[in-house]
Design a protein around this ligand. Sequence first.
Ligand SMILES: [Zn+2]
Length: 212
Amino acid sequence: MIEETSLRPAASPYPLSVRRASTARLPTRWGEFSISGYQSLTSGEEFVALHMGEMRPDLCTLARIQSQCITGEVFGSARCDCGPQLRRTFELVAREGRGVVVYQLQEGRGIGIINKIRAYALQDEGADTVEANERLGLAVDLREYRQCAEILLELRLHRIRLLSNNPLKLRAVEEAGLEVVERIAIEVNARTDALAYLRTKKRKMGHLLTSV
Ligand SMILES: [Zn+2]
């Protein structure tokens, strides 16, 4: 049986619903990170956290919740800004020597890669990203950020500077009990292909973007 105290690290005011499975070194082109794997205690979901430097509840730490986007991050797709956002985050963390990226393994806002390709096909015919999901009978955003926020608590963080344009992520970390000392906009120069997508996110999903 797991002692409850093992699920309740210093910075967490309540038992967490995620469990750290393992941590290892991860040297990258941006410097030396640690990589930790997490499992949800309430679903089959898995998460990864990349963290650099000492994680301390008293220090105000750069943090980002990045949601998986294989097309943008791996294939260099210009349909969205996910790849440049992730690289920009690593640059900022490296410059500061401390910070964390919680990576949520939920492709395409939770709809999966096949449905994401179907949605892209509808967008090729003129639908925007929200309409495409609706036409496929899928929720616009299935992601749940609560457990991503709990990972920050598990890492013993309490005060963060959140790199995000997404008001749902901001709300999730605050509701989880973290203090967001600052929200840092993460806007990268969008290529023309991504502009319509970003404008839809701003207009229909409330994203806090100023440059589109
Ligand atoms: Zn993307």
